[in-house]
Design a protein around this ligand. Structure first.
Ligand SMILES: Nc1ncnc2c1ncn2[C@@H]1O[C@H](COP(=O)(O)OP(=O)(O)OP(=O)(O)O)[C@@H](O)[C@H]1O
Length: 308
């Protein structure tokens, strides 16, 4: 069963702005989904709506089978939310911060559980420190500890590594991987494509309130394996010679450039035979260039398509 089911979710803000235009999504227990999207795409709105911070205009969300509107408390208790902004009480200690948060969900006191959470996040030796005494990275980890305090099954991380240095980002990725091993389902939003590459099982791309793509990371990486070779010809041609019809070729720039797409993972790229077939067809090469399409290209391409 899917732990999270989102069906045709729409959100129109007061004033008429349509921030979510019918998003549907299912998430399996234990998976890590990365939602990529530019600023203003609707990522935070999506998370806020699922968590009941904003109300949806239409559509349905179920968490662990509970409808977030009809069974709000049951649904919400299964969710942990790590917000983008650090919103902690500066004078409070780490220990009290997580303990109060657990209490807010009406959960019975369980100090042993909270200790494991703090241990896992390397915060146990800071448990008596006040929030104001912690570094930015530690504060972020406290946000995660707080979100985990009531033993949620789904954890939302809204841009967990925005403005964080490289070492800390890697730490955060390790933390996420460990939470996954514990069986927590994780949905994170990010601007960083390498973050999605590093930790996600599936990647969703959202722009202007629409989910443009939702795909296993592995198959996206397969697409990453695609390479292109551009062959600049000495003389432009009108059309592709018949003898080259078996190749995945496109004629560009007024007939002076041939673009050949091939898979870097396959045993044979076909480049050698293509080059000899080109010369057999009487085409003279002026220049050669190869380029690899990255997840970034796919992402930028999708977002630009949505713009036009
Ligand atoms: N309370 C609100 N009232 C009206 N419009 C809003 C409100 N909150 C957000 N929006 C608009 O909804 C759109 C989506 O915002 P959202 O914060 O969900 O984007 P995001 O993808 O999380 O962006 P970022 O990456 O910058 O955090 C934006 O155009 C934003 O201006």
């Amino acid at each position: 069963m899917s732990i999270l089911e989102i069906e045709d979710l729409k959100k129109v803000y007061e004033g008429g702005f349509e921030a979510l235009k019918g998003v549907s999504l299912e998430i399996e227990e234990g998976e890590i989904l990365a939602l990529l999207g530019p600023n203003g795409a609707g990522k935070t709105t999506l998370i806020s709506t699922i968590c009941g911070i904003t109300t949806s205009t239409s559509g349905d969300v179920h968490v662990g089978g509970f409808n977030i509107k009809d069974d709000y408390r049951a649904a919400r208790s299964l969710i942990g939310l790590v917000p983008q902004e650090i919103n902690l009480e500066p004078f409070e200690t780490v220990w009290n911060t997580v303990r109060f948060s657990r209490g807010l969900f009406g959960k019975k006191r369980n100090d042993a559980y909270l200790e494991t959470v703090l241990q896992k996040l390397s915060l146990w030796d800071k448990k008596d420190s006040r929030i104001m005494e912690l570094s930015g990275g530690m504060k972020r980890r406290v946000l995660i500890a707080k979100a985990l305090s009531h033993e949620p099954r789904v954890l939302f991380l809204d841009e967990p590594t925005a403005g964080v240095d490289v070492a800390l980002r890697k730490d955060m990725w390790d933390t996420v991987a460990e939470l996954k091993r514990d069986g927590v389902t994780i949905i994170l939003t990010t601007h960083y494509i390498e973050e999605a590459e590093a930790i996600a099982d599936r990647v969703g791309v959202i722009n202007k309130g629409e989910l443009l793509l939702l795909e296993e990371k592995a198959s996206l990486m397969q697409r990453l394996g695609k390479k292109q070779m551009k062959v600049e010809l000495q003389d432009a041609i009108q059309s592709l010679p018949e003898s080259l019809s078996a190749y995945d070729l496109a004629l560009e720039e007024g007939g002076s450039v041939l673009t050949y797409s091939y898979d870097t993972r396959s045993e044979r790229t076909g480049i050698t035979t293509l080059l000899s077939d080109l010369s057999a067809a009487g085409l003279v090469l002026k220049d050669l260039q190869t380029a690899q399409s990255s997840l970034e290209d796919i992402f930028v391409g999708l977002v630009e398509e949505g713009q036009s």
